[in-house]
Design a protein around this ligand. Sequence first.
Ligand SMILES: Nc1ncnc2c1ncn2[C@@H]1O[C@H](COP(=O)(O)OP(=O)(O)OP(=O)(O)O)[C@@H](O)[C@H]1O
Ligand SMILES: O=C(O)C[C@@H](O)[C@H](O)C(=O)CO
Length: 339
Amino acid sequence: MSNAARFDAAKTLDFVAVGRLCIDLNANEINRPMEETVTFTKYVGGSPANICIGMSRLGLKTAFIGKVANDQMGRFITGYLNKEGIDASGVTVDQSGAVTGLAFTEIKSPTDCSILMYRDNVADLLLEAGEVREELIAATKLLLISGTALAQSPSREAVFQALDYAKKHGAVIAFDLDYRPYTWTSDEETAVYYNLAAEKCDIIIGTREEFDMMERLGNNPGRDDHITAAKWFDHSADIVIIKHGKDGSIAYTKDGASHRARSFPAKVVKTFGAGDSYAAGFLYGLMQGWEISASMEFGSAAACIVISSHSCSDAMPKAPQVHEYIERCLAGEITAASN
Ligand SMILES: Nc1ncnc2c1ncn2[C@@H]1O[C@H](COP(=O)(O)OP(=O)(O)OP(=O)(O)O)[C@@H](O)[C@H]1O
Ligand SMILES: O=C(O)C[C@@H](O)[C@H](O)C(=O)CO
């Protein structure tokens, strides 16, 4: 099957994401620890939200399914989605007094970044199965789920409801593993729910470490990427991507092929957001009918643009920016030091 043919052209939406919507507060004073950081810039955050924003910037018709707090932060998020042209009709507003998740990012150096999370009683994990709008999933070519939403009920059931609707209506399903340990309480529980969800997905994207977490129930002591990917071809998957940070990524397909993508040079400000922009770029390429390796290259370049910027969501590039980045790298105009 060609990469374009896997998506149902008759559907009116290209992309729907389900899961976490929150706020990133990224340190303005970079290259120093949080203890010495005093000002932050506020952005919409959360991996599936970032990917959805990325897809919308790339020109796709998108919608989001999630839950926000009934406060100023929640309204900031829905306002931003509207401004970006994302259909937010599937975003419900919590009425129980839950709060918006906050991620304070510490940028100690381009390679030493961490996130300080405030996620007690967050609205995004209160999305209920009954609030997942079937008509949005029926209308989309591609549904993205993300692992953090599986961490707790009722959001866990909401994700499985979304998966059922996607199967029923023939949407392609992508799973960005997005494993955030602070959201989970038990390693066994984490692995069980990740595996149950991954069995239902057509495209699985994660880092080596995320797949290691899922494999704690299995047997791959050598952490072999090929063994990791092969397991999923016995279920629904036909593409499995394993990301290795600056060392690039590798995609395996059900037909036995594999494709490696190197990373491009980048003048890195901070590393977070790489995975989200990579996923948006890769999935966009696939939806254009490009070859897997061209889609991976596009995702890798989109990632460089985001990690060279201060934010994750707001820095998501438009397609011409990504093409230009690739051309400039190929022409030797961008090196890690000069970008
Ligand atoms: N330092 C870097 N320089 C250039 N490209 C990078 C760098 N880090 C990541 N990338 C690109 O981004 C892609 C995804 O990065 P990575 O494997 O770090 O995902 P991730 O861990 O999900 O990211 P995140 O930090 O957002 O959670 C890589 O395959 C690579 O193309
Ligand atoms: O929720 C988090 O874990 C942090 C996010 O808000 C951040 O935008 C991110 O996920 C980057 O990948």
